[in-house]
Design a binder for this molecule. Structure first.
Ligand code: TYD
Ligand code: MG
Length: 501
């Protein structure tokens, strides 16, 4: 406006008529342009340009340009262009609260209501979640396809008779879910099924139904109309989770999300979402075996060292409250190469059976095969046995298996692996009443492990008579609590001299 007055004041004394018409023309042109601008600004969706970004389909890293190798996760050829168009309005109606500047408060000034967790009838799930489902929390259950995620979620929904559950499925039809529910046994339940993938409609139905718990099967099938990329792409998965997160936090309704992990990486893995959600549970196990493990990866409301064990049966998943009894095979005859380990999975002591087969290699390079245990650590233990124990493992084929399809990372099973390998090598069976709980170091030394009392107590409960532990674990151990014989050893040779006689 200033410039108009400036023109006017300069031109008016010189050419009064010309300057008047010129200024009117100029003013009318600019006001038309101004009105046009307002018009454009009021329709941001129609006029906004489609924006695209490249996302790594493996880790979710973002880049403005295509790159061959992801700088974040190091994977090759994982960048895919995805269209993003930004829109002002969020799909989940946000409360139009004004942004109030927050002031810092003293910790003592802050009060909170003791939240009432939803305790499911599934003891294993409650344990893993740290005592039930927290209101307003968002839980991600990840796992490979076919492991039993949908079965577990539906089972939980059906078991909650007083809680109104909305089970949203983008993978199966209502009829398929009904069939599965009948297989699992529909008792007294308050479960509603919605076969839908669009988040806008899902939120509409949620508003109408007002459920107490929402289950989404699966996050990779959902799509939001506010993002143009296809369902399952990183940006869609992220956007849909953000919408659900907003809903959960604003309404206080907990949301359980199912997420797939695929080896091919065609669907976005839940890795991208781990930082967005409150709790991440991993459902793992061998699809061909009956046992499944539900493990906590992240938990804002409880411990991450919890673990739930299930058995897949014809009528769904059954909780396994005494896993050790099932994992140890009931052997009649004595077999060489079998040893029992007093392991710890999460906070739970677990007795597991280690089986190995050591036989002379028929080809030049001996074979090494390990199921359920890290292959590199097996090689290390073989080298320790060769160097410190004098066993010629370098000329032998070695096959190792952890019974029950479990994957064990606890170093406390090292000694049982060494014992099992030597037992098979020497073809001498280890008595069925003996077990082991110690780590083995590179010098052949027997190292201490954590929570040794729990391991010994579990072994004693299951009727074992002898246990081999590290002599460093014996210090501070209340031996009077246990009736079983405790061999506290410092070196591998000591173990074998007692064991092999
Ligand atoms: P599912 O829950 O569909 O796996 P996910 O959702 O993780 O892809 O279940 C997978 C397997 O479970 C399937 O192969 C069939 C088996 N199953 C049973 O053995 N018993 C049952 O009662 C049910 C419902 C499934
Ligand atoms: Mg499923």
């Amino acid at each position: 406006m200033c410039c108009y007055y400036f023109c006017f004041s300069i031109l008016f004394p010189v050419f009064p008529c010309f300057s008047f018409s010129f200024c009117f023309f100029f003013l009318s042109c600019s006001s038309i342009a101004y009105i046009l601008l307002i018009f454009i600004n009021n329709y941001p969706v129609k006029m906004s340009k489609a924006k695209s970004t490249y996302f790594c389909q493996s880790c979710g890293a973002q880049s403005a340009k295509w790159v061959g190798r992801c700088p974040s996760c190091g994977e090759w050829n994982t960048y895919v262009e995805e269209l993003i168009s930004k829109e002002e309005k969020a799909p989940w109606k946000s409360s139009t609260t004004r942004q109030v500047a927050q002031k810092p408060k003293h910790l003592d000034e802050i009060t909170y209501d003791q939240q009432q967790r939803i305790a499911t009838s599934d003891g294993e799930l409650n344990r893993v979640l740290g005592g039930g489902i927290v209101p307003g929390s968002i839980v991600l259950i990840g796992g490979e396809p076919g492991i039993g995620k949908s079965t577990l979620m539906l089972q939980i929904a059906l078991s909650l008779s007083t809680v109104k559950v909305l089970y949203v499925s983008g993978e199966e039809s209502e009829e398929q879910i009904k069939m599965r529910a009948e297989r699992l046994g529909t008792g007294e339940n308050n479960t509603y099924i919605l076969a839908e993938t669009g988040t806008q409609n899902i939120f509409k139905q949620i508003e109408a139904l007002e459920p107490d718990l929402v289950i989404i099967d699966s996050i990779q099938t959902l799509h939001s109309a506010h993002i143009e990329s296809s369902p399952g792409s990183i940006s869609q998965v992220r956007e849909c989770t953000a919408e659900l997160l907003k809903y959960a936090k604003e309404s206080g309704t907990p949301v359980l999300l199912i997420g797939h992990i695929t080896k091919e990486g065609t669907l976005a893995g839940p890795k991208v979402l781990e930082h967005m959600v409150d709790t991440v549970l991993q459902f793992e196990g061998d699809r061909h075996m009956t046992y499944r493990i539900l493990r906590t990866i992240k938990n804002r409301f409880g411990s991450t060292s919890e673990l739930g064990i299930y058995e897949m049966q014809g009528s769904g998943l059954r909780e396994v409250s005494n896993p050790s009894e099932i994992l140890i095979s009931q052997r009649e005859e004595k077999l060489s190469g079998t040893a029992i380990a007093g392991s710890l999975e999460g906070n739970r002591p677990l007795l597991i059976e280690v089986q190995s087969l050591v036989s002379p290699a028929t080809y030049g390079t001996p074979q090494r095969s390990s199921t359920g245990f890290d292959g590199k650590r097996l090689n290390m233990l073989l080298a320790v046995l060769e160097k410190r124990g004098g066993f010629r493992m370098g000329t032998q084929d070695v096959f190792l298996n952890i019974a029950g399809g479990l994957k064990v990372e606890d170093p406390g099973i090292d000694l049982s692996i060494c014992a099992s390998l030597v037992s098979s090598y020497e073809d001498i069976a280890i008595p069925s009443t003996v077990c082991f709980a110690a780590e083995v170091g590179l010098g052949g030394e027997i190292r201490a492990v954590n929570r040794i009392e729990n391991r010994i107590a579990e072994a004693e409960k299951l009727g074992f008579k002898e246990i081999y532990i590290s002599k460093y674990n014996k210090k501070g151990l209340d031996l009077s609590r246990f009736t079983m014989k405790i061999h506290a050893c410092g070196k591998l040779e000591e173990v074998f001299s007692i064991l092999l006689g």
